[in-house]
Design a protein around this ligand. Sequence first.
Ligand SMILES: [Zn+2]
Length: 170
Amino acid sequence: MPLAVHLLFGAIITALIHPLGLGLFLAFASHYALDALPHWDYSIENIKSKKWNNAFPDFAKIFFDVFPVLAIIFIVSKNPYLLLGAVLAGLPDILMFSNWIFPNKILLFLDEKIHNKTHYPEQKTRLCLRALVTFLIFILAFYVLFTATVNSPLTGSFSTLSKTSLNGPR
Ligand SMILES: [Zn+2]
């Protein structure tokens, strides 16, 4: 699943689930649940095969996948915990990259035994269907992010919201 989707879900889960520690843990775990769905993902084969001379487009894809969404999460929520939840939700992919670049037993276990095992086998479904599922989840995640952050006790907008409801209509 593209990182943008993982980051959005991580922020949403952190905004909605309390206490914070549980929310952050579930944000991390949501990565595996989302990867288990049929989905489309872009190729970063050059990074995987360490062809560094050709890897710039792969790094550019990751950059544009990650930073605009992190910026939107922060602008919408103004809450660093939601950013932390987003990063934790992306962590399994960061561990996967680390395993490719600096292979070791722990990373190999996390990547191959957990990440790969829970990942949806891409060949099982047609590309157009997987792309559609990914697109719909992405749009849904944006919608929920906007609603979830408004209602979350973690975010600033909640205090203005509860003040209005406490004071009642004038
Ligand atoms: Zn993943």
